[in-house]
Design a binder for this molecule. Sequence first.
Ligand code: ZN
Length: 195
Amino acid sequence: MTSRPLHGAVGQTLRIREVGDPVLRERAREVAPGELPALQGLIDELIATMRAAGGAGLAANQVGELVRVAVAEVPEGGNPRYPYKPPIPLTVMVNPVIEPLGPETLPIIEGCLSVPALRGELERFAAVRVRYLDRHGEAREDTFEGLSAGTFQHEVDHLDGILFLDRVSDPRTFMTWEQFERLHREPWLARIAAP
Ligand code: ZN
């Protein structure tokens, strides 16, 4: 394992599909471990596309591929779209499965690279376990809390053809990115930081 690069920023960037594209509404299929060698290029492209777009995650549906592969990463110091998000080490997930670790939920004002400019508030489980295969087929298990837990739920939703738009229970919470920054970001961060 040690001779393999953990990740590569070697992939080309791909066009990100936007809401209205039917591929975002389809369920991606499970990947057999034997397919992983053929998927390494796609994985590098997902990483490169996520990084170039400043996203915290990207699922294969978002680049038009219906396989259950998604990536997530928030560098130390945050990312340009989500400077308030805690760091997430680069994670490549194949066939990820989410298990809530309790009934508690957290209101999150989400955005999505496939839904330009729009954000909205929805509830996500506050803590989850994620089981997946890494890019080499090794079984992995991680737990995440708070905004990071939300990121993983958002990415696995993509693989099921679900967009955050579907989970916004009050449509009056939709807002542009600009209005989020202007009016909503600070009160929301204060709200979710409260004990
Ligand atoms: Zn998304």
